[in-house]
Every structure is written in structure tokens, then in C-alpha cells.
Design a protein around this ligand. Sequence first.
Ligand SMILES: [Zn+2]
Ligand SMILES: [Zn+2]
Length: 345
Amino acid sequence: MSVSTASVIADHVLTPVESKRLQTQADTDTLVAAFHREQLRWSNVDWVVALFLIGVHAGALAAPFFFSWTGLAVCIVMHWVTCSIGICLGYHRYLAHKSMKLTPPAEFVAMVCGCLSGEGSPMTWAATHRLHHHKSDQEGDPHSPIREDGWWSHILWLFPKRSTESGRVLYRRYVPELVDRPMMQFFEKTFALWLWGGGLTMLVAGWVFGGWRMGVSLVVWGMCVRMVAAYHSTWFVNSATHLWGYRNYDTRDHSRNLWWVAILAYGEGWHNNHHAHPAVAPAGHKWWEVDITWWSIRLLRAVGLAYDVKDRIPKGRRADDHDVPTEHAEAAQGEIPSALTEVAA
Ligand SMILES: [Zn+2]
Ligand SMILES: [Zn+2]
């Protein structure tokens, strides 16, 4: 008999606290099973995800045959727009960690940029990322290279098909404050349309202004090459920065600061800093730890589009302080809903 079945049958004799504890345990079991490596079987592959990623990589291989300077320029600009503004600023620091507030128009644009990255809906991204902070390098971490291996954490964890029920549990538990927001519901339904619409716009615009080869060039460079580069940049944060690099903070996980990932992923490579202080907007904590996304956040703040930016590391807990505590409560919890604190241990 499952835990949830037992709780229903025995509901009338369980106290609310016991009932909640059983539900919490059942949810934990659901998520641990959903993100377990044994889900990766030929009979359980999410072929929509797999074929899309294979297609994008195959398209990138055609890049030398369809080179154009316009295509390269679109690739570089869109890489920054989707990866730094969409993922690093929008999905990660704003949505998952609430390290700043954005005005509604800025929030909408940041979420569109995130959708154009091809990394899924805002809520799926934020919920999965909060799960990573909650369970970093422990059982239940969706992509730990320590518990599994580098390939699993880099890309393979994306391939298993996951049930609707596990998605519901993930949302209920990790993004409860987002699920009823109309804007999030809107992007939940339309995130793929933005991506396909972006590709179609490039194809048509290139074709109209420069002929069919320019249309294909914009798709190959502006979509395929750009997405492959951005995918691996962000995936290295899940794989490489839990394996290699140095540590400023003695967090309970294996997160590390890795300079080349910080360059590729617009500051996210200072991952040990981030795990130590997940809600702090700047990821570079020493003067030479360059964080390009932080420059954009400062600009948005200067023009009034971002406000209440959490830019202070608590005194005594900075990277340069000598008495950095060995176990940070903040690092242990990540920026996850307060309802979770009781189940974090
Ligand atoms: Zn991490
Ligand atoms: Zn994070």
C-alpha cells in the first residue's frame, strides 16, 4: 500500500500534522522517482525533447555551408538576449530566486526572452532549479554530477519522459506562488509558440530581404548555432561547476567557481558563490569575478525597470570574510518557498 493511499484510508485518525507529513513524504518519493537515473530507458524517452535537441544540433552542423555576416550577428545578439537576459536574469535570478523585482513590462519581455532560449516554460525551469538548490548533490537532485556522472548532469537528465502527476507535484511544491499567476499560465501555454515563431520570423525576414539562402542562414545561425551554444553554456553550470574550480564558501554541496563557465554563461559560472547566497543578485563576489548579467541588472535598476534588487551579502558571510560559517542555512535552503523549510533536512 502506498503512503498516499494509507493517508487517505487512515485520514480520519490522522492529525493534520501527520497527514501533511505523509503527503510531503509521498511528494518527495514522487519527485525522487521522476528524476532518478533509472528513468532513462529506451521505452521511456521523451522523443519530443530528444528529436528537437538532435535537430538543433544537426542544424548547427550545417553552419559552414550557410555562413553570412548577418547570420553571425543575429546569432551573437540572440545568444545574449536569450541566455543572459532570458535565462540568467529572467528565469534564474528573477523568477527562481526573487533576487530583484521587475516592472510588469520588463517581466513580460524577460519571460519572452527565456521562452526564445528553448529551455522550456518559465515555471518548469524555475521549479526544477529550486529542486536543484533544495537537494543539491543529494538524493532528489535532478542533475548532480557527484551522485551520477557528468553526462547525466550535462544533458542526459533531460531525456526521460516524466509523468503529468510528477509535474503537478513539482509545481505545487516548488512554485506554489507562481501557478495561479495569469502571466505564468499564459507562458505555460505559449512558450513553444514563441520559439517556433522566432524561427519562422527569421526565415521569412531573411528570405524577403536577402533571398532564400539568407533565410536559411538566419535560421541555421540565429536559431541552431545560437541555441546549441547557449544550451551547452547553461548545461555546463549543471555539470562542470559541480565538478571543477575553486570554492569561496564551504557550502554543503559540491558547487564550484569556474572562470570559463562564468564567461560562457554570463556570470553563472560563479556557482559556489551562488549556492552560498542564492538570493543575492550579483554572482561575482570578488572584484575580478566578472558577471555580465549583473551589468544588465544594474542598468535595469538605473532606468527603473528593476527595483528591490538584493545586492548585499550579509556582513560576516562575504567571500573575503575569514569567519565564513561552514554551513549556511541560506545555502541549505536555496530560495524555496517557506513551506518547504520543514522538509529541507
Ligand atoms: Zn548547482
Ligand atoms: Zn540558482
